[in-house]
Design a protein around this ligand. Sequence first.
Ligand code: NAD
Length: 320
Amino acid sequence: MKIIVVGGAGFIGSAFVRELNKRGIRPLVVDLLTYAGRKENLKETDHDFIQADVRSEQIHDIIKDYSPDVVINFAAETHVDRSIYKPQDFITTNVLGAVNLLEASRKFGFKYIHISTDEVYGEECGDENSPLRPSSPYSASKASADLFVKAYVRTYGINAILVRPSNNYGPRQFPEKLIPKAIIRTLLGMHVPVYGDGKAERDWIFVEDTARIVFDVMRKAEWKGEAYNIPGGQRYNVLEILKMLEEVSGKEVRIKFVSDRPGHDRRYCMITRMKYEVTPFKEGLRKTYKWYLNNRWWWEPLITDKFFVEDEPWLAVKGK
Ligand SMILES: NC(=O)c1ccc[n+]([C@@H]2O[C@H](COP(=O)([O-])OP(=O)(O)OC[C@H]3O[C@@H](n4cnc5c(N)ncnc54)[C@H](O)[C@@H]3O)[C@@H](O)[C@H]2O)c1
């Protein structure tokens, strides 16, 4: 099977490349290598690589030359705080980039897997057919792309599916996200900023589980625009996670409450029609902690990033 992994140098995309390698598949990775995409994430994997923007015409040339059976799209701007601060790239990459791939699918006839998110359902507990109720510019951009996928299947008859994982955690996640941020700041003896009352709840899934389940979905899909939810079935709020991090690390986690994220959803929660096993959260957290502890070379060059040291990046919007 010939597969192009767009956004394969990011956190989940690189885990998916590892999953493909386990199954004996060497994919072509296409990635712009933004701040979140790093060649280091693909270390010791078997792949070809082209640096390109999902929004560009170049993508069509790459697809035409490679003639893939499947294109899977992980490429996105993914950090909600950044989407509050500056939504433009979220709209161009997450919506127009996806539409660019849908156009390519019309032209070249490959099967398209669009990676969406549980955030499109908003705070309501969603099954695959629940209404979309996005709250942030990030989730609005993801929901928009989902609607285009469905519209292209219906209008042009392309083969495509939507996959909606819940909050992923694990090795190689950029340290702006809660779990790596909390681990690294704790290792450095810094406080961990916690939004609002710390009770915002998420459904958590270990990234290697997501990669495996996405592969299984790819084998079973009907390619009629249907969605596949991938929850981990383990819901914890921020304070509960930080408590578990103390247990797993044996270190004190110093919490600093900061003002809440604007429009912050109190919870995400999904139901799925699929059956699968997942890594128990504490075990996954232990693996993740160990990985960051043993791979300082991966994150140390990132700790000067201003978004990592700032507690509340969106405050710039309010002129503070
Ligand atoms: N991380 C999560 O918890 C989570 C949960 C549900 C869904 N998702 C979705 O999964 C996908 C992957 O998320 P992630 O956490 O791995 O993100 P990430 O931020 O770690 O990686 C995104 C990747 O996309 C690439 N990229 C960004 N803009 C691009 C462009 N214009 N052209 C080409 N490549 C570009 C980046 O270089 C990076 O490699 C996203 O679609 C995200 O919305 C993530």
